[in-house]
Structure formats: C-alpha cells, structure tokens
Write a protein that binds this ligand. Structure first.
Ligand SMILES: Cc1ncc(COP(=O)(O)O)c(C=O)c1O
Length: 440
C-alpha cells in the first residue's frame, strides 16, 4: 500500500541545517513579515468555497424560465406537495455520480451534509436495516473510523452525537485499509466510517480500486456497519483528466454487503452552494428506511429547485462541460500554490505540500509543533487560515504539523499575498522551533 501523507516516521526535522542557516531563514522571514504587516492585509482563506466568478457560471439558474413548465419527467407537478424521493429528472442526473440506479436515489434538500446528519440521527434513534438496536443503545457505545487528515464537519458531527472517533491514516491510495480491516473485525462498536473517496478533503487523495474493494468486502463485527461515502468532489478535477473512482455500490452488491454503502453527493460546488440539490444513493432497504422517516418531518422537498438544477445541468455531459469551466478558473490558483511553496520551501525542505489532481484543498505539512503558531502568526498579519488541528477528530493534531490551504475563494492577487504570508510564517516558526531544539 502507499505511503502516509504525513508519516510520523518521516516528519520534517531540518536535519543537517546549520544554526547560521536557520538564523538567516528566521531573519529573512522577520523582514518580510514586517513588510506584509505594513500592507494591512485582510484575507480569509479559512474555508474552501467557490469564488464569485465560479458562482457566475450558474447564474442562468436565477432565470425562472428554467421551471416553465413546472412538470417533471415523471409527470409530477413540482409546485405541489409530495414527491418525497425527488423528481425523476434530478434522480436521473445524479444517479451516475452516485453509481446507483435512479430508483435507489433520493434527492432532497440543498445540503449533502444535512443528509449525512439525518442518517446518523436516524441510526442513533432507530438503528439501521440489519441492526438489532439504535446506535445510541449499543452495548459498547458507537464508534466511527475517521481518516486523518479529514473533513472537520464530519468529525464535529460525531462529537455532537457522542460517537467515539478512531483515527486511521490517509495513505497515497486512500485510508490505511490494513488498519481499518483489523479494527472493524474486532470492535463491535464500530458502526461507521467517514470516507471522501475522490479528491479528498483536505489531502486530494483518490481511493484506489483495491481500497474501494477492500472496504466493500471486509468482514465487520457490527452487522449494522455503514460506509458514509461522501463523494462531494465526484466531478471536480484540476488536472486535464478526471481520475476514476471504483463504484462502491456495485462492489458492495458483489460482496453481499449491499446495505453497507450510504453514498452522498450534491450540486453545491457545481452550481450555487446553498441553493443546489443533495442526494443519497443506497440499497433498496436503506432508501425505504430513510423515506419512511422523512415523511415524518416534511411533506416533500423543494421540487422546483430540483427541476431548475436538472434542466440547467441537463446531463452528465452538461455537468462535465460546466465543471471544465470551473477547472479553468481554479487551476491557476492551485498552480500558484505550488509555485509559491516551491519558491519558499524547495531549498530548505522546511515544509511539504500535496499537489491534488482535483478538489478544493492542499495539505501543507510543517515542522512538528509549529502548525498552530504558524496560523496565529499569519492571522496577526491579517490572513486567516483554517484553525490548526481542525482536520483531526477533537481538533487534535497530535504532532501539530498539518495546515489546510483553501485557494479557491480569494482573487489571484490576494491569494499570492496570502500564500506568501503563510510561507514566511511557516519558515519563521520552523526556524524558531529548530533553533530552540538546538539550544537544548
Ligand atoms: C467533503 C465535503 N463534504 C460535504 C461538503 C458540503 O456539502 P453540501 O454543501 O452538499 O452540504 C463539503 C464542503 O466543503 C465537503 O468538503
């Protein structure tokens, strides 16, 4: 299997650097920090959200002509109540992204994260198909496997429910499946695992076919184990060629673990976040389970928005064409990250970073014990980055090494300054820390 994105063994140590060299790096960084402070910057790099010019790509959605006539392909009057599973037009559009037949797709609401939350809440209160008790009543409590570094909102959700989190390292080809296999085979409290299988947040990793197969086939002690397959970046390449991801649902069907897969996606980062549509694809039993509960809380989703989104995006090739326009706007920003980091770190090797082929994030690895300090320094210069540790359960990055860089939102001129800020702050804290260690 591949190497860990930030292996403990391979941490950055600055080995071989002389005291004079480190002092020079520190002094140069301090000079540049003073200049950056004088610019009075105010840049927010804390979340990976689309920039305004990306939002404009979908502004035709603001035109009501898209919902005229308001009747779906399955003859539903979208102005009226009902249609809990979502209209056929939207299910048909999203079924290839989920890799699940359209009859087993639910389109509901604007947020896939909300659908994940509802699945956990339902499992917590009622249990899931194949289980014998609600997750909250499990004899051994409930535990999720969390791949690290990972998506902070997944971990916050577990924390909110009191679900214990076990970390597993992200390797180059996906989670460390040897560790996952051992854990799920021996711990009956493990009910779920968070996976962002394509262009993962924040490492950009794409799960290999072998990893997908292993996750689908591995025996689990808990009969009610679920993979929360958050395919938020299913169609979000940065490179010329979109990476392929094996179909989890088919792998589960083949392995006789059909109910294991809960697959999520949304059009949030295709059209307008907050006004897109979200979907779940899963087994017939899981779909029935979700729909039975959904009927208690709502008389049906916003089908006019589903119609609007489906008519705007049209087809898988329509989605692809739109995502190519996003790619052309995002690519120069990610290229700038590589360029600035290369310029600042190539000689000293005092930081490492990922070069994702898709998605919204770059992971930056710094000298152990300096990530939080680096973010605080950047903030003091007017540039806000994600809180150090936020990509780990309980916000605890044990070695304090990981930073999440989200280059999508700022204008390119601001981005250049923000990246330079984080680079010089990284060098300043690295040099301080290594000089401190040398003095001991
Ligand atoms: C991995 C991942 N999942 C889900 C979301 C949010 O998706 P939605 O807008 O559909 O709730 C994000 C947004 O950043 C994300 O990075």
């Amino acid at each position: 299997m591949g190497h860990c994105v930030t292996t403990k063994a391979g941490r950055i140590t600055g080995e071989g650097m002389t005291r004079e060299h480190l002092e020079q790096i520190r002094d140069d960084a301090e000079i540049r920090m003073r200049e950056l402070r004088d610019l009075g910057l105010c840049i927010d790099m804390s979340r990976g959200i689309p920039a305004r010019e990306q939002l404009r790509l979908s502004d035709a959605l603001l035109d009501d002509a898209l919902i005229d006539p308001p009747i779906s392909a399955d003859d539903v009057d979208c102005r009226n109540y009902g249609g809990q599973q979502g209209i056929l037009d939207a299910r048909r559009l999203l079924s290839p992204l989920l890799g699940v037949p359209e009859a087993q797709v639910i389109v509901h609401g604007n947020s896939s994260l909300a659908l994940m939350y509802e699945c956990i809440a339902l499992a917590w209160r009622k249990g899931v198909p194949g289980g014998t008790a609600p997750w909250s009543a499990g004899e051994h409590g409930a535990t999720f496997i969390c791949v690290v570094p990972g998506y902070d909102r997944h971990f916050a959700m577990c924390e909110d429910f009191g679900i214990r989190m076990i970390r597993v390292d992200m390797l180059n080809d996906g989670p460390d499946v040897d560790a996952v296999r051992r854990l799920v085979a021996t711990d009956p409290s493990i009910k779920g695992m968070w996976c962002v299988p394509k262009y993962s947040n924040p490492t950009g990793t794409v799960y290999s076919d072998e990893v997908v197969k292993e996750l689908a086939t591995m025996p689990t002690l808990a009969p009610d184990f679920r993979l929360f397959w958050d395919n938020a970046y299913a169609v979000h390449p940065l490179a010329d060629v979109d990476e392929s991801l094996a179909n989890l649902y088919e792998a589960c069907v083949g392995a006789g673990t059909t109910d294991r897969a809960l697959i999520f996606t949304s059009t949030s980062k295709m059209t307008h976040p907050g006004s897109g549509v979200a979907a779940i694809g899963a087994s017939e039993a899981n779909i029935r389970w979700w729909l039975d509960a959904a009927g208690l809380r709502s008389v049906g989703p916003d089908k006019l928005n589903q119609l609007r989104q489906a008519r705007f995006l049209r087809s898988p090739s329509g989605v692809k064409a739109l995502m190519e326009q996003h790619r052309l706007l995002l690519k120069p920003k990610f290229d700038l990250v590589s360029h600035v980091f290369e310029r600042h770190f190539a000689t000293s090797g005092l930081a490492r970073w990922t070069s994702p082929k898709g998605g919204y994030f770059v992971s930056l690895e710094v000298v152990p014990g300096t990530a939080a300090k680096t973010v605080a320094l950047a903030q003091s210069l007017g540039v806000k980055f994600a809180t150090a540790g936020s990509c780990f359960p309980y916000r605890d990055d044990p070695d304090d090494v990981h930073l999440r860089i989200a280059p999508s939102y700022p204008a390119i001129e601001d981005l250049a300054l923000a990246l330079e800020t984080i680079a010089v702050c990284t060098l300043k804290s690295a040099a301080d820390e290594l000089l401190r260690q040398a003095r001991r």
